[in-house]
Design a protein around this ligand. Structure first.
Ligand code: HEM
Length: 492
């Protein structure tokens, strides 16, 4: 039988046919394959210029208070996921309920927390925002041991004294005050005394000055030339860290002299005294310093902004104002003259807290944040490549009319039944394992401050004060108001 044989070397005619097929079909095949892959893979959008990308456009929008529109425009153009370059990194912006769910619940697995390079360089690489897994748990538990409600209830009286002292010094006897700088002074002093045990004086004064410079560089392009915001912020950070190291050494000596941490101690002393089962320190000095920096940034600017904007909304909404006043006066009437507020009093301030939450929904101090993809992640039919930055922004759900009806209306009653708000939609304090551990602390200082202000003064805005984001919402003139003492005000 004649065997069928394939020629080892095809003749020239066959060779030409093979080559033609190869030259025509393979490129078409490759084109289809890669074309399909790239449209399936990377989200729409453009990475733009290296390093700068869309950073300047976002920062410009923040400073002109159009950041919400900036995000909305992208969402309308590209959908719930799009690619861009922010602060020197390839990034995807994701939004909506499912985007927030991925951000806030995927932590430690497919995504890890990672803020922009500027923030890391400024706060230090051991701050909680940079840690994940076991390290995050260990450091977070250490902070939470001080910030949890059972511990905070002991500090309501101390906070109350600090706030009364502030009002006496900066509000009483005045006709006009500028709210934002005063609230910054107040929340900075609260953080200094309750968290750091740092008494009034030169050190506090210098510290607040440096912190203002530091915060200016938190959302900046990491270009380290003299006079860039980033460079100034890093220099301020170095100075603060040196001061904090000194403070740590002093507290350690005090702790050794006293032979342990007692109740009513500050956060630094508590962190220094924490030990594991083997009696080893839980946090290194570097971790303590970097996390104090974080708590300071996270704690003083956010609450001051919340209280300022609450006062702005109260000035513009007489019905809401009357309801808050009624709630606070009832509590004031139940107290003896000069008696400090208690944890139980705060539990009665339900409506006032709804006003705070509605303020956070409309003017969230934290506009958004960053994460990092630990693997390729599929989302909305696209792939977020491993190593890319993921950016979330709070207005995406806060201003979504399918979640919050009539979203631009200031209506605290929408928080009456918080269970009716779908999960991952109100993210003023974030969500999941990284939800703000300072939210109870912020609640206490906000409620106590509003209690004393509304029961002692009436106020009206002196200007229709526009605000910018720098990166925190900031009324351009600091929000000057006219104040009048209320006849029924409590005696201090
Ligand atoms: C109105 C006041 C506050 C607001 C609106 C606020 C908001 C937030 C948000 C949105 C996050 C999550 C960021 C993210 O997931 O990317 C966060 C985290 C954090 N906040 Fe707050 N915060 C406030 C007050 C405070 C206070 C008073 C403290 C400390 C005393 C604090 C300490 C922290 C810390 C340490 C984190 C990082 C948590 C982690 O990564 O596990 N915050 N905050």
């Amino acid at each position: 039988m004649k065997q069928l044989q394939f020629p080892m070397f095809p003749d020239s005619k066959t060779m030409i046919i093979y080559l033609t097929i190869f030259c025509l079909v393979i490129p078409i095949f490759l084109f289809l394959l890669t074309g399909k892959k790239s449209s399936q893979k990377l989200p729409p959008g453009s990475l733009g210029f290296p390093l700068i990308g869309e950073s300047l456009s976002l920062l410009r929008a923040m400073r002109s208070n159009t950041a919400e529109e900036w995000v909305e425009k992208r969402m309308r153009k590209y959908g719930a996921i799009s690619k861009l370059s922010l602060f020197g990194k390839p990034t995807v912006l994701i939004g909506g309920k499912s985007g927030n769910k991925l951000i806030f619940s995927g932590d430690g697995g497919v995504i890890s927390n990672q803020q922009n390079d500027s923030l890391r360089a400024i706060l230090g690489e051991s701050n909680l925002l940079e840690l994940s897994g076991e390290d995050h748990k260990r450091v977070r538990n250490a902070l939470a041991s001080f910030l949890k409600p059972e511990c905070l209830r002991q500090y309501v009286g101390k906070m109350d004294e600090e706030i009364r002292g502030h009002i006496k010094m900066h509000w009483q006897g005045r006709h006009e005050v500028t709210v934002l700088p005063l609230m910054k002074t107040l929340t900075f002093n609260i953080v200094c005394s309750l968290l750091f045990g740092l008494e009034q004086g030169m050190r506090r004064e210098r510290m607040i000055e440096w912190f203002q410079v530091l915060i200016g560089g938190v959302w900046s392009i990491p270009i380290n030339f003299p006079f860039t915001r980033y460079n100034q912020s890093r220099r301020a950070s170095r100075r603060i860290q040196e001061m904090l190291k000194e403070l740590l050494d002093e507290k350690r000596v005090e702790l050794e002299e006293k032979g342990g941490c007692s109740a009513n101690q500050d956060l630094i002393t508590c962190l220094l005294s924490l030990r594991n089962e083997e009696n080893e320190v839980i946090l290194t000095d570097k971790e303590i310093v970097h996390n104090i920096m974080l708590v300071m940034v996270a704690g003083f600017d956010t609450s001051s902004v919340l209280i300022t904007f609450m006062m702005r909304f109260l000035a513009n909404n007489s019905t809401v104002y009357s309801a808050v006043l009624q709630e606070q006066e009832e509590i004031a009437r139940s107290k003896k003259s000069g008696e400090l507020l208690t944890w139980e009093d705060l539990a009665k301030m339900k409506y006032t807290w709804r006003v705070a939450l509605e303020t956070l929904r409309l003017v969230a101090p934290i506009f958004g944040g960053f994460r990092k993809a630990m693997n390729d992640i599929e989302f909305g039919g696209y792939v977020i490549p491993k190593g890319w930055q993921i950016f979330w922004a709070s207005p995406v759900t806060h201003l979504d009319d399918t979640i919050f009806r009539d979203p631009l209306k200031f209506d605290p009653n929408r928080f009456e039944n918080q269970a009716s708000i779908p999960p991952y939609c109100f993210v003023g304090f974030g969500g999941g394992p990284r939800i703000c551990p300072g939210n109870e602390f912020a609640r206490v200082e906000t409620l106590v401050t509003i209690h004393y202000l509304i029961t002692q003064f009436t106020w009206r805005l002196l200007l229709d004060d526009h605000f910018i984001r720098d990166p925190m919402p900031t009324p351009t003139k600091g929000m000057p108001i006219k104040i009048c003492p209320r006849e029924t005000s409590m005696v201090l």
